[in-house]
Design a protein around this ligand. Structure first.
Ligand code: AP5
Ligand code: MG
Length: 207
């Protein structure tokens, strides 16, 4: 199955992507994770890094190339769960020349919940994500999976979150109509407990 997860920053795309990929026996392709890793190894210019840390998006062409290169790998031949891509109409339309998605899942979450979730998020370099209240690690400040120290993302400050929400509304929200018109959109109430959101996802996908 080829699936993309849509929704505002902090709606739970990364969290649900991991659960869903495990259930489907495929891998997650998260542009946010790939881009942050590439940034660490100097794969983007200083200006691009600053733009991202202020809540802006990276150039469409560059991100499309990253995703298409990744999908071409053998390990994704059985399908994948995309997290954070496509994120603009241009990305969605260009991607259709490369791959046709089976389903786009949209997690609806209010702006106030987004702020709560992002301010409490803690991250590990291995990719695992926690929340200090909603999904705490067993040992405070350390990853359950690899015991590394957790950190806060550079773009998780409150003023940056506002910019990320604006970028989402302007550029990504139109994708809801785009996938609806293709008949592949599933909308899930993302403002429930993690387990319930996952349950609804599985049910909507008839898995
Ligand atoms: P990206 O990393 O994708 O960030 P985002 O879309 O802003 O989404 P987040 O990762 O912040 O949230 P999420 O929806 O994954 O939620 P999570 O599961 O972590 O992208 C970052 C940047 O990269 C972009 O701003 C852009 O610059 C660039 N970029 C990426 N893709 C791009 C593209 N295609 N084109 C151009 N630029 C691109 O959950 C959040 C928190 O809430 C966690 O702490 C979690 O534990 C908790 N939580 C999750 N679900 C629930 C729940 N149901 N109840 C309570 N808490 C919950
Ligand atoms: Mg994420």
């Amino acid at each position: 199955m080829k699936i993309t997860l849509l929704g505002p920053p902090g709606c739970g795309k990364g969290t649900q992507a991991e659960l869903l990929a495990k259930k489907l026996g495929v891998l997650v392709i998260s542009t946010g994770v790939i881009i942050r890793n590439l940034m660490e190894s100097g794969g983007f210019s200083k200006e691009q890094e600053e733009n991202m840390n202020k809540g802006g998006f990276l150039p469409d062409e560059q991100v499309i190339k990253i995703v298409e290169d990744e999908i071409s790998k053998k390990e994704h031949s059985r399908g994948f769960v995309l997290d954070g891509f496509p994120r603009s109409l241009f990305q969605a339309e260009s991607f259709e020349d490369f791959e046709i998605l089976d389903c786009a899942i949209y997690y609806s979450v209010s702006d106030s919940e987004v702020v709560k979730r992002i301010s409490g998020r803690r991250q590990c370099h291995c990719g695992s994500t926690y929340h200090v209240l909603f999904n705490p690690p067993k040992k405070e400040g350390f990853c359950d999976d690899c015991n590394e120290k957790l950190y806060q993302r550079e773009d998780d400050g409150e003023s940056v979150v506002k910019n990320r929400l604006l970028a989402y509304q302007e550029k990504t929200q139109p994708l809801i109509e785009f996938y609806k018109s293709k008949g592949i959109l599933l909308e899930i109430d993302g403002e429930q407990k993690i387990e319930k959101v996952f349950e609804d996802t599985i049910e909507a996908l008839k898995l």
